[in-house]
Design a protein around this ligand. Structure first.
Ligand code: F6R
Length: 366
């Protein structure tokens, strides 16, 4: 049942080229310049005339929501808010018929997300679901939706569901941006072609597995870790930190790289590993100076960079090289080495990778 893998988590990490391909199948038709999503077509007017889009979720699904916020604001130019479902539902939110709520949930059973959906629905919003489990409670409660076709996720730590959620959000942002006219035809076409190549690039990224295993030996005894990213890779930093803490029980925090100087930099010394997500982008120079700041304080730097990187690679203690892609799809690529790193560290620490202590696969208590 684990298909030759030692753990479900590793199997599911390795399934990602396929799960992303399955999520794109029948939807993304790059030669025809088309994205098929019936749920969006049915609610086209609601989406295009929305005053704002609110994304709700918990944990890893909330992280995917943050990536979605950046994508939708970038390509569709509609204001987006991302909320923890548990905060949204209890804070007497302002919602009306001009709002579209996107609920993200792998299981489709998370109690707080389900309650947030019911609340927003009762206040007149249009609810769109991004769920993995077909026929789940959240999927049934929404007006429309798009399933992530990731297949069953057994490992408690979410891996392939996360990259499938980002894939669906990318499809949505591209389709809506093109329909709205906020995304030019040429950029749209370029992005469709690039999105179509992501499963292949994920396949290539998985080749970093031996390096992450080697690095796990070096970092396994750390008590803390700091993950830094900017822009599209800020949510990846949060997700990387969550993966490490939940399966290896090492305290880890994710931060937008520029926020470091507003506090966390005080933590940096030679015992603090800093994992920096730094692919080529228009913020590369900024993150390079953040890395220099860490280096000046003797922090240990592990950088996720593109193959031809020179600047950050020259000052980092260790690097993991990943293929280059459009900035908006880079969270999918950059998440892979972080999943593998957490997996190997947890394994070396003797942790139960598939069933970490105190955690359940779906959180049906409030
Ligand atoms: C982390 C993890 C959790 C879930 C969260 C939401 O690896 O698995 O943080 O992401 O409990 O679950 P779903 O997506 O099922 O609503």
């Amino acid at each position: 049942e684990k298909g030759g893998f030692e753990h479900f988590m590793l199997k599911e990490i390795y399934e990602q080229p396929r799960s992303i391909r399955d999520t794109l199948r029948g939807r993304l038709l790059p030669e025809q310049g088309l994205i098929n999503m019936r749920g969006i077509d049915e609610y086209k007017e609601k989406f295009l005339n929305a005053n704002r889009i609110i994304i709700v979720g918990c944990g890893t699904s909330w992280h995917a929501g943050l990536v979605g916020e950046y994508m939708i604001e970038d390509l569709v130019r509609i204001p987006v808010e991302v909320e923890y479902a548990s905060e949204f539902r209890y804070r007497n939110p302002l919602i009306n018929e001009k709002d579209v709520v996107i609920a993200i949930s792998q299981s489709g059973e998370t109690a707080d997300t389900l309650a947030a959906v019911k609340l927003a629905k009762s206040m007149g919003a249009t609810i769109f679901g991004i769920c993995n489990v077909v026929g789940s409670s959240i999927a049934r409660e929404t007006h429309a939706g798009a399933y992530t076709h990731a297949g069953p996720e057994i490992g408690v730590a979410s891996t392939k569901a996360f990259t499938a959620q980002i894939t669906v959000l990318a499809l949505m942002a591209l389709k809506l941006g093109y329909m709205k006219g906020t995304l030019s035809e040429s950029r749209y076409m370029r992005l469709l072609i690039e999105l179509n190549s992501i499963p292949e690039k994920v396949e290539e990224t998985l080749k970093c597995d031996p390096i992450t295993r080697y690095l796990a030996e070096i970092y396994k005894d750390s008590n803390n870790a700091l993950y830094l990213g900017r822009g599209y890779n800020f949510p990846v930093a949060l997700e990387g930190a969550l993966k490490l803490k939940e399966i290896s029980y090492i305290h880890a925090e994710g931060y937008p790289a520029a926020e470091m100087k507003h506090g966390p930099i005080a933590l940096i010394d030679e015992n603090m590993p800093v994992i920096v997500i730094a692919p080529k982008s228009d913020q590369y120079d900024k993150i390079f100076s953040n890395v220099q700041e860490v280096k000046a304080r003797k922090g240990k730097i592990l950088a996720i960079v593109n193959h031809d990187d020179e600047d950050i690679a020259s000052i980092a203690d260790h690097i993991i090289e990943v293929p280059e892609t459009e900035n908006i799809f880079s969270p999918i690529i950059n998440t892979i080495p972080l999943q593998l790193l957490s997996y190997h560290i947890a394994l070396l620490r003797g942790c139960n990778v598939d069933q970490p202590r105190n955690l359940a696969k779906s959180v049906t208590v409030e």
